[in-house]
Write a protein that binds this ligand. Sequence first.
Ligand SMILES: [Zn+2]
Length: 222
Amino acid sequence: MMPPTCCRCSRGVESGDPCELIRFARSSADHQWYVERESGRSETDHPPDMDWFCSEHEATAFAHQHLTRKEAIESIKNRERWFLIDLDLFDRGTPPAVRESGVGFESAFSTYFDHAVSTINDDGDPLWTQYRISLGGDVADMAVNGEGVFEIQRTGKLMLEIKKRLASKVDGVGFSDLISKRFALETRKHGVGSALHLVDEISDHLRIALSDERFLALFRMV
Ligand SMILES: [Zn+2]
């Protein structure tokens, strides 16, 4: 068995981060490997349909389990790159800059929400830094309203609602997972435009007072 180090980043044995072994669909070569192992003829002991993922990348891996391991890794690597862009609004002469980058849409959205809620105070007033995230391209899309760029309007009710919920000690982590997975799923299925449309839809619902349960239901998997 390979040592438990994430196949998408360097977290694992050396950094002390726990990783999980995740199984993918079996290719015919994978089936053959299991047949050979049963008969004792296999030379390797790491199952070819499985790989290690850290906590930041496991949700993305789970979303690709219907593919073979090779297809899943290729797809995550080639289609799910992301760049977190920050804009300094205090000094308008400073060009937008890439603050962080990575792979996997779930980690993209959890990183984005983490940063985005820090750009408003507890009353929802905007501060001097703003974030947006460029999804899916090989390089960061710095264009205003670029095609693969996701951003929630900071002064709207939705961002304040997200900020409050993420700050909850009781279920902040659960809410972070919920919205990250929901927006990742939407982007993977129909593109960034569809994720932005979802933002509009949720914002519309927020105009009427919603019960906790109905608000959370807006983010549940479809
Ligand atoms: Zn990782």
